[in-house]
Design a protein around this ligand. Sequence first.
Ligand SMILES: Cc1cc2nc3c(=O)[nH]c(=O)nc-3n(C[C@H](O)[C@H](O)[C@H](O)COP(=O)(O)O)c2cc1C
Length: 351
Amino acid sequence: MSYHLLRCLLFQLPPEGAHYLTLTTLKTLARLPGCSSLLQSHDLPQKTTSYHFGLPFENRLGVAAGLDKDARYVDALAKLGFGAVEVGTVTPYAQPGNHKPRLFRLPEDKALVNRLGFNNDGAEATAARLQKRTSNVIVGGNIGKNKSTPNEKAIDDYEFCFRTLHPHVDYFVVNVSSPNTPGLRELQEKKALKKLLSRLQKLNNKMEGQRPLLLKIAPDLTHPQLDDILDIAHKTELDGLIATNTTIAREGLATDKKTLDKIGNGGLSGRPLTDQSTSVIRYLTKHKKRHLTIIGVGGTMTAQDAMEKIDAGASLLQLYTGLVYEGPSLVADILNAIALRENTGSVTERK
Ligand SMILES: Cc1cc2nc3c(=O)[nH]c(=O)nc-3n(C[C@H](O)[C@H](O)[C@H](O)COP(=O)(O)O)c2cc1C
C-alpha cells in the first residue's frame, strides 16, 4: 500500500491515536522475523559512517525528539534507516502532559501544532527501556524539567535526568526551547542558560565517560539572542546546537484563522517552519567562532529541504513532521540525496 493511501486512513483518526497506532504497528513488525526486513527500504544507500562530536553516525539523518518520548520504538525506528534516535523530552518524574486534544494537523500547510507538554514516563522508566534495546543506533537523550518544578530549581531536574540516562545514551540535548512548558523558554535567557549549562558540564566532567552536550534552541530568537547563545555555547564548551524546535509564530499559513483560533496555543512544525529553521542554521554557521556541530531540524519535508539545511551549515539532520506527511520513503530520499552529494565530494563536517 502506498504511504499516501495509508495517510488518508491514518488522517481519519485523531492525531495522537494515529501516532501510537503507527508506531506500535511498526514495533510489532520489526520484531516479527519474516517482516522485519520488509521495513527497510530497498532504496537506502550504503551506510557511510561519519564522525560528529566524536560519535560514529552511520548516516546523517536522525529522528527528532518528541516522536519517541519514552524510548519505546528505538529499535523499530533504526530499522527504517535512521542513523540516530533522540528520545525525550524526558523529565525526572512521569507526568501526563496537557489535556487532550493537544496535537492537531494542518493538512493545507503540511504542518502540526502540538502542546503535549512533555508527557512522558519519567527518566528511570526510559533508562530501563534503553537498557534493553538491541540495535546499536546512536541514541540522544533530550532532557527537560517537570512542569511543577519552578525555574529556580530547574537545574536539579536536568541533573537528575543527566545522571539517570547517562549510562544509556550517546549524547545529551538540553531542551529549553519547548513552548509548551510554562516559563521553560525563559531558561534560554543569558544568565540562566550559562548557569544551567556550566553546572551540567561540571557534572559531565565528573562522570565516568563524558557525553557530548548539545543545546536545542527555538526558531523565534532574535539575532542578538542567537549571538548570546553562541557566546554561551563557546564558554560552556558545548559540542553542538540543535536548530530548531517548533515555532510559536502563525504567519503566512494557508489554514484559516478560525481553525487556528480553535486550535489555540502550541508549537508549529512542518512546512511553515522550513525556511525559518534554515535561516537560524545559516546564522549560527556564519557567526560561530569555533567548531560547533549543528543539527538541522524543522520542516524537512523533501530531500531538497534537507540539502538546503546542509548547505546552510548543518552536519546532521533530524525530522518529525515530514515523516507524518511523506512517510518512511522520505528517509531514503534524503539519504540518497546526501549520498549523491558525498560522492561528488562536497559534504564534509563543517569546522
Ligand atoms: C508532536 C510533537 C512533539 C514534540 N515533542 C518534542 C519534545 O518533547 N522535545 C523536543 O525537544 N522537541 C519536540 N518536538 C519538536 C521536534 O523535535 C522538532 O524540533 C520540530 O517538530 C521541528 O521539526 P519538524 O518540522 O521536522 O517536525 C516535537 C514536535 C512534535 C510535532
